[in-house]
Design a protein around this ligand. Sequence first.
Ligand SMILES: Cc1ncc(C[n+]2csc(CCOP(=O)(O)OP(=O)(O)O)c2C)c(N)n1
Ligand SMILES: [Mg+2]
Length: 570
Amino acid sequence: MLERTNETKASVTAGAALFTRLKALGVDYVFCNSGTDFPPIIEGLAEAAANDIPLPEAIVIPHEHAALGMAHGYYFATGKAQAVILHTNVGLSNGATGAINAATDQVPMLLMSGRTPVMESGRFGARTVPIGWGQEMRDQTALVREACKWDYELRFPEQVGPLLDRAHAIANSSPKGPVYLSLPREALCETVPADGLSAEPTMQPVGAAADRSAIAQAARMLAEARSPLIFAQRGAGSEAGFAALSKLAEEWSIPVCQWWAVATAIATDHPCHVGSDPLPWIEEADVILVLDCLAPWSPDIHVPRGDAKVIHLGPDPLFERFPVRTFRSDLSIGCDTPDGLVALEAEMRGYLHRHVGARMARRKLLAERVPAIRDKIARSAAASHPMTKAHVSKCLSDAIAGKDATVLSELGCPLDPLVLKRHNSWHQEPHSGGLGWSFPTALGMQLADRGRLVVATMGDGSYMFANPVACHQIAEALELPILVVILNNTEWAAVRHSVLGLYPDGYAARANRMPLTSLQPSPDFTKVAEGSRHWAVRVGRAEELPQALADAIRHIEEKRSLALVEVTIG
Ligand SMILES: Cc1ncc(C[n+]2csc(CCOP(=O)(O)OP(=O)(O)O)c2C)c(N)n1
Ligand SMILES: [Mg+2]
């Protein structure tokens, strides 16, 4: 039991200051994976608790990749940056993929890890075990520097408060992303004045409002276009952005294509939602609005008209962090996507009385083509043996209809057959593709929003990349009743398809078993779930799937614990 003291302390260890300051910055959770660099952190946590200082919840996460995934998901559900503290260089390297994913998804988080003690002896906190030598690096931060907007190694204990304020403000500035602070053990062992640690943040993030004249120009270009087209890949940013895009598309009958979407920007049953295929739209378009898309289409396959004008709108419309990305941009509008969409929709209303003929012609075209697109999707999602991913998606869509649900997919259920009508109802793994993302991200979303049905769908490979034993442990420990759906084809099909794409008639294509793609023999994943006392079922036949999904959801609703459905697909 901790001994509680009621007197206000004049000074606390830098470790205690760290947690106190995180709370003041609005951090709810610190996802921790600790080690020998943690004594001042653990002592500081206990010290702050003993002094009744309000703290974020610090929780043990048994794999670093899961810790970052959970911070990612928590941000999806709340819009709030969380903190992750890992163990020196070895913990940080396990978390590096999560940092790359967060950076690509513009998810802010405060990433920290210890730094092995600088001193070999003679100072409190100096090295005591051989890893003190073994874990030292010349540049530990290099492990995550490219994924982080800002990084620093703490020099003095009194820097903790001010630097966390700075880190938090930078992480939350547009475009958002992770920041990294390395924490040398000696500095954390020292004390700092407790005064002001719970005060309001001293630094506010930078937002990005849309430039009015650029919005006016974009509105005119779109209103005057004969065949405008919108690409949305990374969502509309908020409920307001989602509503504005839906209205704009509907009023102007502009097709919205979600090629390789990682978030929903418009309802999948909206009359203007043309699915994921840019063809034939892109070949007809004279004005293209690209909403926060890293790679809006595939330049090798989809070629816009030579005279088409392209507008990019988003917090980082040129995606400056990425070395090669050369999509044409005749007008680049740097702004938070929802603000830009709301402003654009309002601006375009001024043109509604004009260009009526072109709008009506587009409405007619959409009314002809969209039902055909949806028919094709429905046919691809028909029951079959073995089942297809599209069929699993269709069954899941039916199972969650009418529920407050979010579906995550990582080589799991494709978006096209799902009927999803809301912002934040769909996320796919970030375009960095650091696999093992879906399971922990769902756990983080569920932690933030316990009333929501959170569904993590993934391939068998992706499930294994997620360190599933760790993820099931977290779900049981924190009572997070997500639904996990594994689409098991006992292989890395994406890798096989990419070989076939490049060498359709090559040796690998003709081999009995393509090298480096098989995951046979497949483990029985239901046993992994049962190891953590989770409900699990394996489904091999299409007729059984709707009932299995209904049973899983009933289990979640009644027992509030994780359910796993492993589906055998072809
Ligand atoms: C961390 C990481 N390692 C490797 C890859 C390369 N990779 C991309 S897709 C894929 C296969 C995924 O397999 P699975 O989840 O079973 O889905 P499937 O392709 O079978 O549908 C692999 C290995 C990656 N993206 N991320
Ligand atoms: Mg697979």
